[in-house]
Write a protein that binds this ligand. Structure first.
Ligand SMILES: [Zn+2]
Length: 314
């Protein structure tokens, strides 16, 4: 049985959903943001479902963003399960966290972002303020069955986050989907630092497309999303999202007629009103489209002497 609990967040996204799962074990998938308001809302939601924080045996995470794993510390008797990437955040892994500043600085350089915007690195480097500190008890891998929930399988579905897992109940044709598929908004393919600071950055949009296509192979009746309402027209919505993304990439391809351009040039052109206020989000959108066009063989990428990537039609 699945019971939904909605909690507030201090972020633009508004509210976030948690799901209480009663199987052989009593589990909760995602636990809201670490704020007093979210704590009270979660406490109330659990009470309405007939439980207290102490009763929950497992906290299961869909991904590491603070609105999903903030309140892990509120469950004194629970094991914590999720993707290994969550653990670096929960443990405040010093090498991992220290690598973020350089990671985002390197990205701005190669994207051709002017120096006056480099103060953005601080904003892009996600804070640990709203994140709990209870580390993972066990790491979940793609294909693992959830302990205490026979038939529920973890599926690695990276893209929006480098820690993203969804939980698929084949028999019931139900999925707890985190932020892979949300009814009212298309989740941003965020650029996030790799666990190993020496690794290359992930191509988040390509990961997200691959994750969505995995869902197209499954007979899904309902996705319980991380935000907003359940999704029932799953395949239809995915096809719509993929088509929209393709069309946006074609628009970027059109902008690459003539002179080679940087990621920043294209971001300004694509988001003339939003880029100054939402530089991180708008750049990650543009990077996604460029990764897609490169993978399709439609554009070429060259680095100039200043270490800036320039793009032109192939
Ligand atoms: Zn979210």
């Amino acid at each position: 049985m699945i019971q939904k609990i909605i909690t507030p967040t201090p972020f633009a996204v508004g509210t976030v959903n948690s799901y209480v799962l009663k199987g052989d074990a009593l589990s909760i998938v995602d636990v809201g943001t670490k704020t007093p308001e979210a704590y009270e809302a979660l406490k109330f939601g659990l009470k309405e479902a007939g439980y207290r924080f102490e009763d929950i045996e497992q906290v299961i995470l869909t991904h590491h963003h603070p609105d999903h794993m903030g309140l892990v510390d509120a469950f004194p008797n629970a094991k914590v399960l999720g993707h290994v990437y969550n653990d670096a955040w929960l443990r405040r892994d010093p090498v991992f966290l220290a690598s973020h500043f350089d990671f985002y600085t390197d990205r701005l350089i190669e994207e051709g972002v002017p120096k006056e915007y480099f103060s953005w690195v601080k904003k892009m480097t996600r804070s640990t303020d709203f994140v709990g500190t209870k580390p993972l008890t066990s790491i979940l891998h793609d294909g693992d069955e959830l302990p205490g929930h026979p038939g529920v399988i973890a599926m690695e579905t990276l893209g929006h986050a480098q820690s993203h897992l969804v939980y698929w109940h084949e028999e019931k044709q139900e999925m707890i989907g985190g932020d892979l598929l949300i009814a009212h908004v298309s989740p941003n393919p965020l650029i996030e630092p790799p666990l190993n600071p020496k690794a290359k950055r992930a191509k988040s949009l390509l990961q997200q497309n691959a994750s969505l296509k995995k869902l197209l192979t499954l007979p899904i009746d309902v996705v319980y999303s991380g935000h907003g309402e359940e999704v029932r027209n799953v395949h239809e919505l995915i096809k719509e999202r993929l088509e929209k993304q393709h069309n946006r990439a074609m628009k970027v391809l059109g902008m690459l007629q003539g002179e080679p351009k940087t990621t920043f040039d294209l971001t300004v052109q694509l988001f003339p009103y939003a880029y100054e206020k939402e530089l991180g989000l708008t750049l990650s959108e543009t990077i996604g489209q460029l990764d897609y066009l490169l993978a399709e063989g439609l554009i070429k990428e060259n680095m100039n002497e200043e270490g800036v990537y320039l793009y032109e039609q192939a």
